[in-house]
Design a protein around this ligand. Structure first.
Ligand SMILES: CC(C)(COP(=O)(O)OP(=O)(O)OC[C@H]1O[C@@H](n2cnc3c(N)ncnc32)[C@H](O)[C@@H]1OP(=O)(O)O)[C@@H](O)C(=O)NCCC(=O)NCCS
Length: 191
């Protein structure tokens, strides 16, 4: 059997498959993540999204997983068998402290169907059960309540707001911190 800590494992949820990104996903990544409504709420996604950037990003994934425990999953739904990439969820591990942080985005056409929560719950279960993390955290811009709602639905605890914590697209912006420990209550889908 594949070592999940060597090769990023595929995770299955009731509606979704979470798998490693392939270079053939690049055009779809550029389309979905290139939408300003997605990019504007993140610190990592460039806008406009340059040609070639998705291919370059995907090419980093294997080594990041093997060397640093940074896992990045393509979130795919499969209506009637035809797989459709709808977003991305990452678990960014800090090995020194045995903790990790979530990153995620979902294509605008797929918002508010519970996909992000469903995907992140599966990654949380993997992080606690397989990686044995001591904590998973997440941070969102105060201007992005939908992301905060995902964190709440995952059972994460709000640990406070840092005012003017980042300079985001030219503006000092507040960020809200969430965290969860393996001993905290969490939804069945994240166990
Ligand atoms: C944040 C994001 C990933 C959520 O994805 P999603 O698949 O729509 O998330 P879910 O459907 O699982 O949950 C969204 C929740 O936010 C709620 N929500 C949506 N817009 C909201 C708003 N303006 N204010 C408060 N809650 C809101 C939804 O109602 C839903 O909660 P509910 O199930 O209790 O009704 C998606 O909006 C996105 O990609 N945004 C841009 C990128 C981003 O913000 N990434 C995260 C950076 S921290």
């Amino acid at each position: 059997m594949d070592d999940p800590l060597l090769n990023l494992p595929t995770l299955q949820t009731p509606r979704l498959a979470l798998r490693y990104f392939r270079v053939t996903d690049a055009a779809r990544v550029q389309l979905l993540a290139g939408d300003f409504r997605v990019a504007q709420m993140t610190v990592a996604i460039p806008h406009p999204y340059p040609d070639g950037a998705a291919e370059a990003w995907i090419a980093t994934h294997d080594n990041l997983w093997r060397e640093q425990g940074v896992g990045t999953w393509a979130i795919c739904r499969a209506p009637e068998g035809a797989e459709e990439l709808v977003g991305c969820v990452s678990l960014i591990t800090n090995r020194k402290h045995n903790r990790a942080d979530f990153g995620y985005w979902i294509g605008v056409d797929y918002w508010n169907h519970g996909y992000c929560t469903e995907a992140a719950a599966a990654v949380m279960a993997f992080g606690f059960n397989t990686m044995k993390l001591a904590r998973i955290g997440a941070v969102h811009l105060a201007s992005n309540p939908a992301s905060g709602r995902v964190m709440q639905k995952l059972g994460m605890t709000c640990e406070g707001t840092q005012r003017h914590y980042i300079l985001h697209r030219g503006e000092s912006s507040d960020v809200v911190n969430y965290g969860i420990l393996p001993s905290d209550p969490r939804p069945a889908s994240a166990r």
